[in-house]
Write a protein that binds this ligand. Structure first.
Ligand code: M6R
Length: 614
């Protein structure tokens, strides 16, 4: 939800800002804008609004600027307060155009703060909550020592999760950032200092990265960066290393990031699994819990996640309960903290998230900690807010995922959660170390199976051509096939915008079967998992309603379809690992349908990759 980039120092340039924005575009693309500052001439602002064309227009406009800049801030927007128009595009100014701001998140009490400001004569030129912050700082600045002191005071009055960066015409080269439950990191190459919502934005520029703590401000000058709490007490910066390469954040010859990331899945899973299990079957985490006996005490697991990560969590529930006999509850993160989850110090709450920044999941993790639970973050972004908050961390090592539709991180998440299940089973004495090792060995064989599935690329394109014009799609499965069905439907919805529903196959007859007719297409997950034969019966129910059928099955089972139906063969693997290979053809089908419709698969309408608003 909105991407921020800022730079100060010797190398500052418009190009750094626009290149960074290009890499942050997955966070929103309703509009784009930059403000650059010279030592003597004040601010120059460029903005463009027009969906995915915004950044192209901005690059052209701002690219003509030839002043010698000392610092700049940039923004790509996913609209929350105010439509996706030019006058709502960031950066925003105060009345005198002496404060410039870019902002990600929501200022929840913006109405009351705005009313106060209007009452004393402030004039607004947008409908955004962001502009309110610029005016608050304008009002505070005359009573403060400098910009940083004004921001610290204003931050205390603001409610809501957010990150922002401000510049003042009166302090050329100084940038002040604030972070509260929204992503923002510091980077430097020794000559310039950067702030960015995500690492890829500055991956080609910065060699050292630093965390920013929540409820802290950072003051960036050409000479360096300082972090302070809101009482302006300095707090040491903590660096972290990033092993992502620039190439991993580029399209590298693919038409788009989504297809690249689909094809990266075998490598992503291989990296996620590599070296994770000791010979005695213990899981090697990235951050160990302070209490090594934690695992033995756990008598309940609670998984919280959103969207595709939630579907990975669903798969994990089957595996953990099967191997460990520990009960697993699963919750959509945005629901978790608004009910009364039964969680105590013997509960392990697992937050699953690609970004590690999804606000709903982050808030659920906070709630779990408040309730005294043990917490584990399974996420892809090193040093993300969830990774820093949880007691223990298990990273998926999928590399940067840029396409809004999650693909490689999903299959890596399932792999990571399978290892967690094995670890718990070993500690609980439900599996011998040798059994854990054997299952781990089977996990390690999956990347090769995934490569075989990727060979179905053209076959899935042909299926997309055949069925892409239909009006409704149903994905049905049972047991671990059910989350795969949900994920297949989500992928299709989010990039093709076609109505698609994932359903437990056995539940169809209780209502949804009424929707089936000759225009509907039903994908049945029928690989040899636990309820294979029951799925076969459910397929008969569909067949009787004359809907088109596509069966996803294992080689040798081709005869289950009639001549006018389709069969997609995927390799047979351990039944609990099947989602890792079975989901790939569904990702490819969604991709080809969306491309066939002329949609931008990397930047689907209305969506942002990382949802940092509630
Ligand atoms: O970063 P997270 O995994 O926490 O994101 C959660 C969801 O927003 C995300 O999985 C979303 O559903 C995907 N874009 C779906 O492809």
């Amino acid at each position: 939800m909105c991407g921020i980039i800022a730079v100060t120092g010797e190398g500052a340039s418009v190009e750094i800002l626009t290149t960074g924005l290009r890499r942050l575009e997955y966070r929103g693309y309703d509009s784009a804008g930059v403000v650059v500052q010279t030592r003597s001439d004040g601010f120059a602002r460029y903005r463009a609004a027009g969906g995915t064309k915004s950044l192209v227009a901005l690059e052209e406009e701002a690219g003509r600027y030839h002043g010698e800049i000392i610092s700049g801030i940039g923004h790509t927007r996913w609209a929350t307060h105010g439509g996706p128009t030019l006058f709502n595009a960031h950066p925003h100014f105060d009345c005198l155009e002496e404060i410039a701001i870019v902002h990600n998140g929501i200022l929840e009490n913006f109405r009351e703060l705005k009313e106060d400001l209007l009452a004393v004569g402030h004039v607004f030129s947008s409908e955004t909550d962001t502009e309110v912050i610029a005016h608050l700082i304008e009002a505070q600045l005359p009573f403060s020592r400098n910009l940083a002191a004004a921001v610290a005071i204003v931050a205390k009055r603001m409610r809501g999760a957010m990150a922002f960066v401000v510049a003042s015409a009166g302090e050329p080269g100084v940038l002040v950032g604030f972070k509260r439950m929204a992503p923002m990191v510091i980077g430097t190459d020794g000559k310039s200092w950067f702030l960015a919502s995500d690492i890829p934005a500055i991956l080609d520029r910065a060699s050292t990265f630093y965390h920013i703590d929540d409820e802290h401000i950072v003051i960036l000058k050409p000479s360096g960066a300082v972090m302070c709490d809101l009482d302006l007490h300095e707090v040491p910066l903590e660096s972290f290393s990033v092993d992502w390469t620039l190439e991993s954040a580029e399209r590298s010859g693919f038409d788009d990031f989504m297809s690249k990331e689909i094809f990266e899945q075998p490598g992503a899973l291989r990296d996620t699994l590599a070296g994770r299990m000791t010979p005695d079957g213990s899981l090697v985490l990235d951050e160990q819990p302070a209490d090594p006996d934690l695992w033995a005490r756990i008598n309940k697991v609670f998984i919280v996640a959103c969207g595709t990560s939630y579907h990975a969590g669903m798969v994990a529930k089957y595996a953990i309960e099967h191997w460990t006999k520990i009960p697993v509850e699963l919750d959509i993160s945005s629901e978790f903290r608004y009910r009364d989850p039964v969680v105590d110090e013997r509960t392990l709450v697992v937050a699953v998230s690609q970004s590690g920044e999804t606000l709903d999941t982050l808030a659920a993790l906070h709630e779990a900690r408040n309730l005294g639970a043990q917490t584990l973050a399974v996420c892809n972004v090193v040093g993300s807010s969830m990774a820093r908050l949880a007691d223990a961390v298990l990273y998926t090592r999928a590399g940067p995922e840029v396409g809004v539709a999650a693909t490689k991180t999903h299959t890596s998440q399932i792999g990571a959660l399978m290892m967690l299940a094995l670890q718990l089973a070993k500690v609980k004495g439900q599996l011998y170390p040798q059994e854990v090792q054997e299952l781990y060995r089977q996990l390690l064989s999956l990347p090769n199976k995934m490569s075989e599935v990727l060979e179905l690329w053209e076959e899935m394109r042909a299926l997309a051509l055949r069925y892409g014009g239909r009006s409704r799609f149903y994905f049905i499965g049972r047991h671990v096939g059910y989350p795969v069905a949900l994920e297949g439907a989500l992928k299709l919805k989010e990039i093709s915008y076609l109505p698609a529903e994932g359903y437990p196959a056995g539940e169809l007859k209780h209502g949804a079967i009424a929707m089936l007719d000759a225009d509907a297409v039903v994908f049945a997950l029928a690989t040899r998992t636990r309820l294979y034969e029951k799925v076969m019966s459910n397929i008969e129910e569909v067949r009787a309603r004359s809907s088109s059928i596509v069966v996803l099955g294992n080689p040798g089972d081709e005869s289950v379809v009639n001549a006018d139906e389709s069969f997609v063969a995927v390799p047979q693997v351990h039944p609990l690992f099947a989602p890792i290979v079975d989901v790939i053809p569904l990702q490819m089908f969604a991709y080809h349908v969306a491309r066939g419709l002329g949609n931008d698969v990397d930047r689907p309408r209305n969506l942002a990759k990382t949802v940092t608003v509630e």
